[in-house]
Ligand binder design. Structure first.
Ligand SMILES: *Cc1c(COP(=O)(O)O)cnc(C)c1O
Length: 381
């Protein structure tokens, strides 16, 4: 079998073991440091990671937490969002965004997306703001920042907190500012499939206000300050030190990996153009540099599910993020939304398809993916 044949036997959506090759020595060294220290929860390695991430994102502070979901939850708690309040967000995102709003007793209020970027459409936010609105929660979907200028302007005007769901967007930039440093709170996830993933669950909240920093730190440990004295009720949102060690070791490679993802996106664009496929599908747009391509998501009208099946048969893994917008989820039925409320989000859910974009993809694999897409469209026309 030739090298090329070997590479295209299987094109997975993400090849986590492939990234171990480069990093295992660094990761093992850092993990054994933790094991030897005996500090498995919080402690010096977590503090080291917090400082490095704050620096990377361009904020003064960062607080390591148990997951991206808990980063959102603890930020909402720190912002004082609670029973009966409203938080404006997008219906086209991972469940955790709206789930965390509901978990603090508030109502997610949805606003449709911009079809080009898949991110919340700021033009539609203003007329959803009511006396109960406490926060705006934009999501930087797939690794590209939402249109933050308009969002910040509205937040200032109405005195609202801005919580960035940057779970997919570490290193992404908006007008020179890093994701997580633009709003009041930035919420990162180190879930293994994110651009900077641990070997388990972990997350981080970034911020530049000392007051918010102190508040999140106290909420992380059941609202305890000093120990065993509770002025507020928090939770166990602590991150474990072994995850922090893994993320810390991998952080040194993040910019390189991001560059590879961006390079893969460029190669896809070139190959799709060469195959004359731009009438059959729509490539992702780069509205706000820089896009970090946690996902490379194309749009395919009418044939999305057929194409997905065809690729699967030919050993190219794909995924649909997300097949059902949040306003139509059963658990949010009581919010009173209906089919047709957010036409752009609903349409996106029937058209989006994420192709493999992970850093270790080879040129042969990229070519093979595009070849298979081309075959599919030859077959149906
Ligand atoms: C992954 C993700 C989260 C949740 O992060 P976890 O670490 O899995 O809890 C939240 N929002 C978005 C947009 C995500 O992609």
């Amino acid at each position: 079998m030739t090298q090329k044949q070997k590479e295209i036997l299987q094109v997975p959506l993400l090849d986590i073991p492939a990234s171990y090759e480069q990093i295992l020595a660094d990761v093992e060294k850092k993990i054994s440091e933790v094991i030897r220290s005996g500090r498995f929860i919080l402690g010096p390695v977590v503090e080291e990671l917090e400082a490095r991430i704050a620096d990377y994102c361009g904020t003064k502070y960062a607080v390591g937490v148990s997951s991206g979901t808990d980063a959102l939850l603890v930020s909402l708690m720190a912002a004082g969002v609670g029973e009966g309040d409203e938080v404006i967000t997008t219906p086209f995102t991972f469940f955790a965004t709206a789930g965390s709003i509901a978990r603090v007793g508030a109502h997610p209020v949805f606003v449709d997306i911009e079809p080009e970027t898949f991110n919340i459409d700021p033009k539609q936010i203003e007329n959803k703001i009511t006396g109960k609105t406490r926060a705006l929660m934009p999501v930087h979907l797939y690794g590209q920042c939402a249109n933050m200028d308009s969002i910040l302007e509205m937040a200032r005007e109405h005195g609202l907190a801005v919580i960035e769901d940057a779970a997919q967007a570490i290193g992404s930039e908006y007008k020179g500012q890093r994701a997580g440093s633009i709003g009041d709170y930035g919420c990162l996830s180190f879930f293994p499939t994110k651009n900077l993933g641990g070997f388990g669950d972990a997350g981080m909240v970034t911020m530049s206000s000392k007051e918010l920093y102190e508040r999140v730190k106290i909420l992380r440990v059941h609202g305890s300050e000093p120990k065993y004295f509770h002025k507020t009720i928090g939770g166990n949102f602590r991150v474990d030190a072994i995850q922090a060690a893994v993320v810390l070791a991998k952080l040194n490679y993040l910019d390189h990996w991001t560059e590879q993802r961006r390079q893969n996106a460029k190669t896809y664009k070139k190959l799709f153009e060469e195959k004359g496929l731009l009438d059959s599908l729509k490539l992702p747009s780069e509205a706000a540099p820089r896009h970090v391509y946690n996902q490379y998501v194309i749009r395919v009208k009418d044939y999305r599910n057929d194409l997905r099946q065809f690729l699967d048969k030919n050993h190219v893994a794909t995924e649909v993020y997300y097949p059902l917008p949040l306003h139509l989820q059963e658990c949010f039925g009581s919010l009173g939304y209906h089919q047709g409320d957010f036409p752009f989000a609903e349409r996106a859910s029937t058209e989006v398809l994420a192709l493999p974009i992970y850093p270790e993809l080879t040129e042969n694999q990229l070519e093979y993916v595009v070849e298979m897409v081309a075959h599919f469209f030859e077959k149906i026309t």
